[in-house]
Each structure stands twice: as structure tokens, then as C-alpha cells.
Design a protein around this ligand. Structure first.
Ligand code: GAL
Length: 353
């Protein structure tokens, strides 16, 4: 595995953004910029060994700066997904956040971690090279409490796993829920609809949402619903079902309750594209996964190589704490106590058959 770095662009306020290329001996390649810690491309072999870029994105920084809420490939923080009414209570204090999604807070607010330039360094990671990104989120940034030191290490393994190791520590009690928002189309980023993809999610339950995409607190069995991905199943049929949950999400946009221990990365999901034979397995230590079927993509903006990304032309599998967990005390807690370490790993592992 090797990592190379080259100049990518300057932000309007003069910060330098670097493009890092992570490559392994199997030909797999990931390109990541330190603006938002964004995965800008991910080249993966199909069943005949042919490489394609399987993540959506833009050709230049301007595209990412002008992005209208897709969060293509970016690291999300301080709190991924929605917080109802944009406020939460911690230690008797109510913290009011930006309402950047209707009445609610989404993906860390107006200027979340996806819009920050992270410090970057190529480090030794257990004998391999790793891309270490660090960001210091000040006490009160986006109204979250506590100075938070965040570290994310990307590693590309020889078995075609893109590993994402997340760490954070705060000087005050706070909430932390970090994820990556890559959009995948295993036929290639410009290939169109993902309705032929098949998905398995290692979960018997999911968290139903209201019509603003907010978990209501209920934990419901997937059995007998379009949310049942206990076995590898095509995702297309569920899109157009008249199930109340699909209507609320305008497609799939829900959190599944993973059957993982949280102690070490365990299999959370498998995505298979019969057309290319590409397989993506997701391993994680996190308790939940948001399967979002690209419902809000609207073909606006020009994607890589002039691609137009229409509704459902890619999907996200975002590992996370359940959205809105501060309101529902029976959900695993996203609270990070002062001085304690937040530590999670997610691996997107590719193969073909
Ligand atoms: C997802 C979220 C969607 C949408 C998307 C960004 O994580 O579940 O509802 O907001 O991010 O466009």
C-alpha cells in the first residue's frame, strides 16, 4: 500500500487542499482530499478485473464548495444525521443548534466537519501507510459543547478494504456521532439507477421515522416489511411500495439496529451489483447503519466527468449512532464524557463474484 500527495486547490480563504492517493498492489485506489476528509473517488475491480470509480463526486473543489446538500464522500460530524427540533439537553443544559433541515439539525449544522479543511499527515499504521486527518472543533462550534479533538485514519488494505478509524476526545461532556457519507454505485458512479443492486443488512429491527426523517423512538421488526434485508435482496421493489415508512423517507432513508457487538468491526451489510459482480461488505463497531437510497439527488450540479446524478443513482450506508438518540434514552448513547475516547472503525471491503 502506498500513499502519494499532490496539490488539489486552494479554498477561497486561502487554505491549501491536498489530494491523497491510496493504492494497493491489487490495483484498488482511493483518492481523498483533506477538505471534509472527502473520498473523491474509489476505483474497484469488477468480476473481470476491470476498474471503475464507484463513488459519486465532483471533478474539483468548486463542486464540493457549491454542493447543495449531498455531502458526497465527506466525513460528517460533530453529529451525523438528524437532531429533532435542533436541540438537545445534556447535564441539565439545553443546547440549541442550527436548523438546517426544516426545523431540525442535520449532519452537524451549517458548517459541519464536511466543510472544514483538516490537517493531514501520512503516518505509519501497523507497518502500513495511513492517511491521518485531524480537526480541532472548538467549544461552542455549531453550538456543541466542549473542545473536541477529532482524528480519522484512512487505510487501504491489501484485501481491498477501505478502513476508516475514528477517534475523538473532548474536554467537556458532549455528543459525538461521526460517519462518512460516500455514495456508492457499484456499476460505476455514472451508471444510473441502483435499483438492480442487492443488499443484506445484519439487522432484525429498524427505527421507524416520521415524515421529517426523525426516528420516533420505536424499534420495529423488519419482518414482513420492505425493510427486511436479512437476506441479500434486490432494493428496487421497495422504492415504489406504498409502505408508510417508504413514503415518510421518500424511499429508503432509515437506520437499522445492527446485530454487532461493538467490540471489533463485524459485518453490518453487504451490497452486490449483479451487473458488474462487484461486492461491498461493510464492517463496523457502531450500533446503527443508515441506508439512504439517494432520494434527494436531483441531477443538479455537474458530477465527475460531466456525470448527471439523478434520484437513486447511488446509495449510502452510513454507520452511526441512531439519529435523534438524545431524545430516546433507550437508543445507544452518543454522549462522549469529558476525557473519554470515542473510538470506532468502519471498513468498506470490496470483492467480485
Ligand atoms: C442522509 C440523510 C438523508 C439526506 C442525506 C443528505 O444521511 O439520511 O435524509 O439528508 O443524508 O442529502
Amino acid at each position: 500500500m502506498s500513499i502519494t500527495a499532490r496539490f488539489y486547490a486552494n479554498t477561497p480563504d486561502g487554505k491549501e487542499v491536498t489530494l491523497f492517493t491510496l493504492e494497493n498492489s491489487k490495483g484498488m485506489k482511493a483518492e481523498i482530499i483533506n477538505y471534509g476528509g472527502t473520498i473523491v473517488s474509489l476505483y474497484v475491480p469488477d468480476k473481470d478485473g476491470k476498474l471503475a470509480d464507484v463513488t459519486l463526486g465532483y471533478d474539483n473543489l468548486k463542486g464540493y464548495l457549491e454542493d447543495d446538500g449531498t455531502y458526497f464522500g465527506a466525513l460528517i460530524g460533530r453529529h451525523a444525521n438528524r437532531i429533532e427540533k435542533a436541540e438537545f439537553e445534556l447535564n441539565g443544559v439545553v443546547y440549541k443548534l442550527a436548523k438546517n433541515d426544516g426545523e431540525n439539525n442535520l449532519h452537524g449544522g451549517i458548517k459541519g466537519f464536511d466543510k472544514q479543511v483538516w490537517d493531514a499527515e501520512i503516518i505509519d499504521w501497523e507497518g502500513k501507510e495511513g492517511l491521518q486527518l485531524t480537526y480541532f472543533s472548538k467549544d461552542g462550534e455549531e453550538n456543541f459543547p466542549g473542545n473536541l479533538k477529532v482524528k480519522v485514519v484512512y487505510v487501504l488494505s491489501e484485501d481491498n478494504g477501505l478502513e476508516i478509524h475514528y477517534y475523538a476526545v473532548s474536554d467537556k461532556d458532549t455528543v459525538v456521532n461521526l460517519t462518512n457519507h460516500a455514495y456508492f454505485n457499484l456499476s460505476g458512479h455514472a451508471a444510473g439507477s441502483i435499483s438492480g443492486h442487492e443488499l443484506m443488512i445484519n439487522a432484525d429491527q429498524f427505527t421507524p421515522i416520521n415524515n421529517e426523517g426523525i426516528p420516533t423512538g420505536e424499534i420495529r421488526d423488519v419482518k414482513g416489511t420492505p425493510m427486511d434485508f436479512t437476506k441479500l435482496s434486490p432494493i428496487g421493489p421497495g422504492f415504489d411500495s406504498d409502505d408508510e415508512q417508504i413514503i415518510n423517507g421518500k424511499g429508503y432513508d432509515h437506520n437499522w439496529v445492527l446485530k454487532v457487538s461493538g467490540k471489533e468491526p463485524e459485518k453490518a451489510a453487504e451490497l452486490y451489483d449483479p451487473a458488474s459482480g462487484r461486492v461491498m461488505e461493510v464492517f463496523t463497531t457502531k450500533p446503527g447503519i443508515q441506508f439512504y437510497s439517494g432520494n434527494f439527488l436531483k441531477g443538479s450540479g455537474v458530477g465527475k466527468g460531466g456525470a448527471v446524478y439523478n434520484k437513486r443513482s447511488a446509495l449510502c450506508l452510513e454507520t452511526q449512532y441512531f439519529p435523534n438518540a438524545m431524545k430516546h434514552k433507550h437508543f445507544p448513547s452518543p454522549i462522549l464524557k469529558a476525557g473519554q475516547e470515542y473510538k470506532h472503525t468502519t471498513i468498506y471491503k470490496f470483492s467480485a463474484r
